[in-house]
Design a protein around this ligand. Structure first.
Ligand SMILES: [Fe+2]
Length: 205
């Protein structure tokens, strides 16, 4: 075929580490739930902006600076972010990649997270801490969607890379990284248990 593919959208998905995930996640689950109990401002903000769920996004969003458990997570995630940045072939010689934000999301049944992107960062991502079977995944949208205008719909049997959306299942222990401009959402949690994740942003200077 005389056709080549350009301008790829690359998404990274890997286990955080090879072993010891269950113990590390058990620690994180406790810490996330304790944070919710402690963070009255976050609960208040979530009641208005994250119905049914809890997020520390607006109240405690630099957790890696205040908790040794989260600082440990930052260190592990930084390795993945560096690998991902290398794959994306960014020229970061002489620059430092830093985690700027890190916050907790707890989604009980019915909680959802509508379509959004992460401004003021270049790599963003999520680490999955507790993912009850059947909980919602992370759904990404084709970033060119608003420019297709007169394009016909794709065939239903088209290859995955031609689809307008892709959903990565939420799996405890996995890290998903994406470029911060890529819009994504989490559909309402339909299972009878809490889905817990930690989201974060990286910047460079
Ligand atoms: Fe997000």
């Amino acid at each position: 075929m005389p056709v080549r593919t350009w301008f790829p959208t690359e998404i990274y998905c890997e286990p955080l580490q090879a072993a010891g995930l269950a113990k590390f996640n058990a620690e994180l689950i406790d810490e996330c739930r304790n944070l919710r109990d402690y963070d009255a401002a976050g609960r208040k903000w979530s009641a208005k902006n994250y119905p049914g769920g809890y997020t520390s996004y607006a109240s405690m969003n630099e957790l890696h600076r205040f908790s040794s458990t989260f600082a440990g997570l930052e260190k592990k995630l930084l390795r993945h972010a560096r690998d991902y940045a290398r794959t994306l072939e960014f020229d970061l010689r002489g620059c430092t990649i830093r985690m700027t934000d890190c916050w907790v999301n707890i989604m009980p049944p019915t909680a959802a997270h509508s379509l959004h992107l992460h401004p003021l960062a270049f790599i963003s991502g999520t680490y999955y801490v507790a993912t009850p079977p059947g909980c919602s995944g992370l759904k990404f949208e084709d970033p060119r969607l608003d420019r297709f205008m007169a394009a016909p719909p794709r065939r239903t049997d088209c290859k995955p890379s031609h689809r307008a959306h892709v959903t990565y299942p939420a799996e405890a222990g996995n890290v998903i990284l994406f470029e911060s401009w890529l819009r994504h959402e989490v559909a309402a949690n339909r299972v009878d248990d809490e889905r817990i994740s930690i989201s974060f942003n990286f910047n460079w200077s």
